[in-house]
Design a protein around this ligand. Structure first.
Ligand SMILES: [Zn+2]
Length: 85
């Protein structure tokens, strides 16, 4: 991780390690759905039951499947920037 850059690693199926990073080349359905001609509104999250599009914002900020990873990410951000809780 470079200075000022924080990466959240989320468990997404299909990776050899079982883990991958969320970035512009992600396997999130908002991106991967383009390659299989899936309409945007049909690219619903495969990891929760919220029925919303599986995009970066959902994965990082809202998806119920990543509660623990999100908590660890925000703990890391607070520690990195020296913010009090
Ligand atoms: Zn979700």
């Amino acid at each position: 991780m470079g200075a000022g850059r924080i990466t959240l690693t989320l468990p997404i199926c299909g990776e050899e390690s079982g883990l991958r990073n969320v970035d512009s080349n992600s396997d999130l359905l908002i991106e991967a759905g383009r390659w299989i001609n899936l309409q945007r509104e049909e690219r619903k999250c495969r990891f929760c039951t919220q029925g919303v599009v599986e995009d970066e914002a959902h994965a990082l900020l809202d998806c119920g499947a990543y509660v623990h990873e999100r908590r660890a990410m925000f703990d890391h951000i607070r520690e990195f920037y020296g913010w009090e809780t």
